[in-house]
Design a protein around this ligand. Structure first.
Ligand SMILES: [Zn+2]
Ligand SMILES: [Zn+2]
Length: 219
């Protein structure tokens, strides 16, 4: 699996290009700012993008979707519970004093428990809500020769967790999601968060204060 992280825009949000090295097919996860730079990164790696996928639809994760759709003509998929955040992007942008992005059309929904196939890579879709109602994780268990990968949106960061003060955010829900959907994965699973560097499930279990027993007391 080819995976490339590009931190974009004022929020340094991580867009990801994920590609299958056997077929060359790929997806663009979270089209935010700097769309041209991300498209170019896919081209350099000879990845043929076929879909746009949202981990969730906060402004930083979806402000570039309409522009990318226009440039590449690709369909966009996300969890249905994120439609509110998607529609709310212009208002959020106004609040920050940023230019208002166009609200893109959604072409299909991602359903937890189902899979997302990229070439020969099969991701399991998991709901990791609490930061946003439809924040999903894409989990690939690996091919038997190396660690699995989890692209988690803003649920879990290296040393921290997503904020829970936004629309339908809930700290207890987030801790529950992290415990059941992420900390249950093998320790060597590489975690690709929506902001900041990669980490592993094992490292977060050992060192992230929000991944410890009694983390509720930190909320
Ligand atoms: Zn977010
Ligand atoms: Zn974010």
């Amino acid at each position: 699996m080819i995976i490339e992280r590009l931190a974009v825009g004022q929020f340094q949000m991580n867009s990801y290009i994920v590609g299958c090295e056997k077929t060359g097919e790929g997806i663009y996860i979270d089209p935010g700012a700097e769309v041209d730079r991300v498209i170019e990164a896919a081209r350099e790696k000879d990845i043929r993008l076929t879909r746009l996928v949202g981990t969730h639809a906060h402004l930083d994760h979806a402000e570039g979707v309409a522009e990318t759709k226009e440039k590449l003509g690709l369909p966009y998929f996300l969890h249905e519970a994120e439609l509110h955040n998607l529609q709310n992007m212009p208002a959020t942008a106004r609040g920050y004093g940023f230019p208002e992005p166009e609200v893109p059309e959604v072409d299909g929904f991602l359903t937890p428990g189902e899979t997302l196939t990229v070439g020969q890579i099969i991701f399991e879709i998991r709901l990791t809500d609490g930061h946003a109602p439809g924040n999903i994780t894409l989990y690939w268990p690996g091919d038997g020769n190396g660690s699995g990968h989890a692209i988690v949106g803003d649920a879990l960061f290296a040393g921290s967790i997503g904020r829970t003060d936004l629309y339908m955010g809930n700290a207890k829900t987030l801790l529950d999601s992290i415990r059941t959907q992420l900390l249950s994965l093998p320790a060597d699973t590489v975690v690709y968060p929506g902001h900041g560097p990669e980490t592993t499930i094992g490292r977060e279990k050992d060192t992230n204060p929000f991944c410890q027993e009694g983390a509720e007391n930190l909320l």
